[in-house]
Design a protein around this ligand. Structure first.
Ligand code: ADP
Length: 238
């Protein structure tokens, strides 16, 4: 599903260059639930942005569902994101002047879905995230946990094969965070959606089948449920 081959990302800061990711390899299979952990500034969000085609690597290749992201132009990458990827962010990123229903329908309207189809998709998604009665509410009228469920419904609108979540529970209390993790886990198990989630929270990472640890731009180790541990640096150098 996802293949990251020798990927680096270098940011230029004036005349300085900053290596946010350094020659990383990863393979993520279809239907996996992967947590990415590591200290702040280690390159986790950068990795997620590259996987979602929001940015391109400086060197190396990323393939998602057989699509070589490096070979897409900007317009093709926008289409790729719209069709394949659902993004979920720590701060929800809902549009405050739009209702819950309108926020969820955003990507559908960009895809020229008819009004009747849009309404039925939105209503089904509202049921899936247990917010049936909130279609006409505005984001400011909802709790953080409810807003994140709207963001997940929005991410699901185009039936993505991949959800990329950047600290989805970072702003939530334990109960609401647990509800969000349960929802992501359900989507992964029941719908077969691949989930890649950046998190600081060890509890959140336990929901995943596999934990990838990033430090200083390097994927250092992986842990799979069941105690399997794999030093990827050693593998890479072998
Ligand atoms: P994490 O998600 O692990 O906190 P990030 O991927 O956000 O880390 O950032 C990794 C490093 O790259 C940080 O030192 C950050 O300051 C730097 N960085 C991220 N985005 C940019 C950018 N657009 N321009 C310059 N430096 C950046």
């Amino acid at each position: 599903m996802i293949l990251v081959k020798d990927v680096s990302k270098v940011y230029s800061l004036g005349s300085e260059k900053f290596h946010a990711l350094k020659n990383n390899h990863i393979h993520i299979s279809k239907g996996e639930f992967v947590a990415i952990m590591g200290p702040s500034g280690s390159g986790k969000s950068t990795l997620l942005q590259l996987l979602g085609g929001l940015d391109l690597p400086t060197t190396g290749e990323i393939t998602v569902d057989g699509i070589h992201l490096n070979q897409l132009n900007e317009k093709e990458r926008t289409l790729f994101r719209r069709k394949k990827v659902g993004f979920v962010f720590q701060n929800y990123q809902l549009l405050p002047m739009m209702t819950v229903g309108e926020n969820i329908a955003l990507s559908l309207s960009a895809n020229h879905t008819s009004n009747a189809q849009m309404k039925s998709i939105v209503q089904k998604l509202l049921i899936d995230v247990n917010l049936q009665d909130k279609e006409s509410a505005f984001p400011s009228q909802l709790s953080g946990g409810q807003q994140q469920r709207v963001a997940i419904a929005r991410a699901l609108a185009m039936k993505p094969s991949l959800i990329l979540a950047d600290e989805p529970t970072g702003n939530l209390d334990q109960k609401n965070g647990a509800d969000i993790l349960k929802l992501l886990s359900k989507l992964n198990k029941e719908e077969g959606i691949t989930v890649v989630m950046v998190t600081h929270d060890q509890q959140a990472a336990q929901v995943a089948e596999r934990i990838i640890v990033v430090r200083d731009g390097l994927i250092l180790e992986e842990e799979r449920k069941g105690g399997y541990r794999n030093e990827t640096v050693a593998n890479r150098m072998a």
